[in-house]
Design a protein around this ligand. Structure first.
Ligand SMILES: [Zn+2]
Length: 321
């Protein structure tokens, strides 16, 4: 969750920067206009004293306070009308010196009353996409553009993929906070990456933190941690994978398998299971290959705690060409 807090901080800062930039730009436009028109300069100086005048009225003689404030309001309205007229004569739009916020709803504060503004939610989602580790794929691959047409050549494949798609969709709508793990199994080019990206996208949109990583990089992070020996400012890299609200591990089986990689992988999967943190694993290997490649403890962990989604059909990548 520390990770999420950091994202929120970054997004807040970005919105605050927008607000400051909008105010500065408006201030520059006001100066530009005042340079061209001494009358506007005078009007602005007078309008700037409004708060001071109201203060004086309400602290002075209490007689006719309301009338005096009403009078001031009328004067200000006249000044503003005059100001608009001058701007128009100078060829500027009447609202030229107004602040132009990126988001008019929250005026670049990120909050609409006490609620988080839609613009901030959108930024948080984008921040989640960026932090997930999938890069641009996540902007292109969704459930909406996952086509079952590629699997039509076989009735059996089609029916199976229909089930797989439905299960992936249901998963993405509920996990987290529900706990559950998926093992996506099937050959290259059958849509595993597309569906795991679609899951990541949907879960991020629902407001959860997702990490998407290849097994190879996760093991590299464990190696980094093993040799870091407490160097200052050198964080444990495996932590983000242990902590992520949803972890998607791509391409189990393409990494170099040795006793270190097996124990790293076991540590990750087992810790997440014990903490009831959901994980999605995809692999090109079939059951027997998995069994042969990994120690029994990993294999039994995966099969016991993971729901298996099978991918079957003709290679989608060849069909697209
Ligand atoms: Zn907003």
């Amino acid at each position: 969750m520390a990770y999420l807090a950091e994202q929120i901080r970054e997004v807040r800062q970005r919105i605050a920067d927008r607000r400051a930039a909008a105010e500065e730009a408006a201030e520059n436009r006001r100066r530009e206009v005042e340079e061209k028109s001494p009358e506007i300069q005078k009007i602005d100086a007078s309008l700037a004293k409004t708060a001071k005048k109201i203060f004086e009225i309400s602290t002075g003689n209490r007689d006719g306070v309301r009338e005096k404030i009403e009078e001031l309001r009328r004067e200000n309205a006249e000044l503003l009308a005059e100001r608009r007229a001058i701007l128009e004569v100078l060829g500027y739009p009447a609202d030229y010196t107004e602040i132009r916020y990126t988001c008019p709803i929250c005026q670049d504060t990120g909050y609409d009353g006490t609620k988080t503004c839609a613009c901030m939610k959108r930024e948080l989602t984008l921040e989640g996409f960026r932090a997930s580790g999938i890069g641009h794929l996540i902007e292109k691959q969704s459930f909406e553009n996952f086509s079952l047409d590629y699997y039509r050549s076989s009735k059996e494949d089609y029916a199976l993929m229909e089930q797989t798609l439905a299960a992936a969709k249901e998963y993405a709508e509920n996990v987290p906070p529900q706990y559950g793990n998926l093992l996506m199994m099937g050959g290259t080019g059958l849509g595993k990456t597309h569906l795991s990206t679609a899951i990541a996208r949907r879960v991020i949109e629902r407001g959860y933190e997702v990490r998407y990583e290849s097994v190879q990089n996760v093991i590299a992070a464990y190696e980094h941690d093993r040799f870091r020996s407490g160097r200052e400012g050198d964080d444990e890299e495996s932590r983000v994978y242990l902590d992520a609200e949803l972890l998607i591990l791509d391409d189990l089986g393409t990494e170099l398998v040795n006793s270190f990689s097996i124990s790293a992988l076991y540590h990750l999967l087992n810790t997440r299971i014990n903490r009831e943190k959901p994980t999605v694993v995809s692999t090109n290997l079939m059951q027997e290959e998995l069994q042969a490649k990994y120690a029994d403890r990993i294999f039994s962990r995966l099969l016991g705690e993971y729901r298996i989604l099978l991918f079957q059909g003709m290679n989608v990548r060849y069909q697209k060409k």
